[in-house]
Design a protein around this ligand. Structure first.
Ligand code: GUN
Length: 220
């Protein structure tokens, strides 16, 4: 059974749809990229950091045992309080590859429609052979039909996202534009991409078939 239900067809059909993506962005997407000063994100899509609260807090991700030893390294001892970004998926860059952050991320929709997949890696039990829970949901403006305007992904969970056509349309005209706020503030050392090996550990064979197109390509 597909990870996605009812209103959305199988993920594999979206992979095919997105593979036939256009060479150039619709003009509305160009205007948004230019007006907001967005640039390419290594996950796919575009982003710009819009806020960084540089008041320092102690790094909650340091392992207890080594906290003292590492405290001398300012970069690891502390974190900025929070960061916010705009993030855009567009017809030519329509998905954000699976990755995870140690911090909790609050997402808010501004424009468009998309699908989020969350793999609850922190709930898997490798030794007991318990795979991770996989969750899929639609983000969009049709709240009466369960689409989300706001969603939170806790730290330690993998997420990926892809663009869906606007409601009752064949394509997206302006992309999927959201804001994300992460606490503590974003650092690459708190971020990692999912590998094919990790997906195999966390997901069932059926799920892997549906999800592997959302792995970052350059990972090999
Ligand atoms: N730099 C690269 N990716 C990100 C991100 O997701 N958030 C912030 N704030 N900066 C980034």
């Amino acid at each position: 059974m597909s990870i996605l239900t009812d209103s959305v067809e199988s993920l594999a059909s979206y992979a095919l749809h997105l593979a036939a993506r256009p060479q150039t962005e619709p003009s509305e997407v160009f205007s948004t990229i230019s007006a907001l000063g967005l640039r390419k994100h290594p996950e796919g899509g575009y982003f710009v950091e819009t806020d960084r609260d540089s008041n320092k807090i102690s790094n909650p991700f340091l392992p207890q045992a080594s906290a003292k030893a590492r405290a001398s390294r300012e970069q690891e001892a502390t974190r900025d309080t929070s960061t916010s970004i705009f993030y855009l998926l567009s017809p030519t860059s329509p998905f954000g590859a699976f990755h995870r952050n140690k911090g909790r991320t609050i997402h808010t929709l501004h424009r468009g429609r998309g699908c989020y997949i969350v793999i609850h890696a922190d709930e898997a039990e490798k030794e007991a052979g318990v795979k991770a829970r996989v969750e899929a949901f639609i983000v969009g403006h049709d709240v009466a039909h369960g689409e989300k305007l706001q969603w939170v992904v806790e730290g330690g969970k993998f997420k990926a996202s892809f663009l869906l056509p606007d409601q009752h349309q064949e394509r997206s005209t302006a992309g999927l534009l959201i804001s994300e706020t992460v606490t503590p503030g974003f650092e690459y050392s708190d971020h990692d991409f999912m590998t094919a090996h990790t997906l195999e550990e966390l997901a069932t064979v059926e799920q892997i078939k549906e999800l592997s197109w959302l792995l970052r390509k350059s990972e090999g």
